[in-house]
Write a protein that binds this ligand. Structure first.
Ligand code: F6R
Length: 363
């Protein structure tokens, strides 16, 4: 059942490209995003000025990517909130608002309660779910399925990839519905379709990522940093590391370093810098150079062909170039593998991290 792999998590990371294919299949028509499930509900997203998103953990970070995507490409506001916070506040939703709920399992208690609360106030519930027939699926007006197949490892891996894929398509769909479609949207869609092959290339870097895991496995702390689309990747990288290796990791927007967290850095507190070739590259680079001046060791996750990364460190993992909004997808296997190998080398079982359950059905 593990298909020759030592752990489900490893097998499921290796399935990232297939999960992406499965999430995209049948969802592009005439060079535009297409959701059969949404056919009669497109008006949900028409002329809206705000979308609320609720989710937890890794699904919350996927929601953050969606926020950057929609807000960078339209004038629509996206408020992403952790479900366990949303459900205990005054619900800022009114009749006709869209609440987007993201949940792999479709059984996360806080997300379900957030949905019920929003529904009571007249919100339309659109959910992104992997498990067909789950409670969230049944309680939503529309469900967009991830189609990732069952995920056995407790840590979300291939379903994060699938969530991102569905969210990019939905973001593009919202652009189309609201008259924001442009040449860049064509390019993003085109690059998304070609990404599974590139993810295979990223997975081929596994031996190199493993070497880096070996080199860094004994550190007690990590600081993940990124800007813009790199920030959710930093958060997800830190979460993966914490939950399966039990190493303390924190994540910040790179620009926040000098507002406090840089005080932590020293040779025993490495920085994992998410810095693809995007419009914020030079901003992040200057933050990394500041970290180096505190003698922090630096791992860089960057774009192939960027020679200036070597000025910073020799611990570099490259991914192929893509549209800047799509780097969270391109980089997902790297942060997953880095954490996986450390857990494995420490003799831990990444499929069953201590204190964690696959679905959090109690609050
Ligand atoms: C992290 C992880 C969790 C889940 C979270 C939400 O690897 O798996 O953080 O992402 O518990 O779960 P779902 O998406 O099922 O609502």
């Amino acid at each position: 059942e593990k298909g020759g792999y030592k752990h489900f998590m490893y097998k499921e990371i290796m399935e990232d490209p297939q999960a992406l294919v499965n999430a995209l299949v049948g969802r592009i028509k005439n060079d535009r995003p297409f959701f059969e499930e949404l056919e009669h509900y497109e008006e949900f997203f028409k002329n809206i000025d705000r979308i609320r998103v609720v989710s937890c953990g890794t699904s919350y970070y996927a929601g953050l990517v969606f926020k950057y995507f929609v807000e960078n490409n339209t004038d629509i506001d996206v408020d992403v909130e952790v479900s366990s916070e949303f459900r205990y506040k005054r619900p800022h939703v009114k009749e006709g608002d869209v609440l987007l709920a993201i949940s792999q399992s479709g059984e996360t208690a806080d997300t379900l309660e957030s949905v019920r609360l929003a529904k009571k106030h007249g919100a339309r519930i659109v959910s992104i779910v992997n498990v067909v027939g789950s409670t969230l699926d049944r309680e939503s007006d529309v469900t967009l399925f991830m189609n990732a197949g069952p995920e056995i490892g407790v840590a979300a891996t291939k379903t994060y990839v699938a969530e991102l894929a569905v969210l990019y398509l939905l973001g593009l769909k919202i652009m189309e519905i609201n008259g924001y479609w442009n040449k860049e949207a064509d390019e993003i869609l085109d690059r998304l379709v070609r990404m599974p092959e590139l993810l295979e290339n990223v997975l081929r870097k596994d031996p190199q990522i493993r070497e880096l895991s070996e080199k860094y496995k004994d550190f007690k702390h990590f600081m993940y940093i990124g800007r813009g689309y790199g920030y959710p990747t930093a958060l997800e990288g830190a979460l993966k590391l914490k939950e399966i290796t039990y190493i303390h990791a924190t994540a910040y927007q790179a620009g926040e370093l000098k507002h406090g967290p840089i005080a932590l850095l020293d040779p025993e507190f490495p920085v994992f810098a998410v810095m693809p070739d995007d419009s914020l590259f030079f901003k992040t680079k200057s933050n990394v150079i500041e970290s180096k001046s505190r003698n922090a060791r630096v791992i860089v996750l960057g774009t192939e062909g960027n020679r200036s990364l070597e000025e910073i460190t020799s611990d570099i993992i490259h991914v192929p170039p893509t549209h800047e909004s799509l780097y969270p997808l391109m980089m997902a296997p790297v942060i997953q593998l880095f954490a996986y190998h450390i857990a494995d080398m420490k003799g831990l079982d990444p499929d069953k991290p201590r204190n964690l359950a696959k679905s959090v059905t109690v609050e």
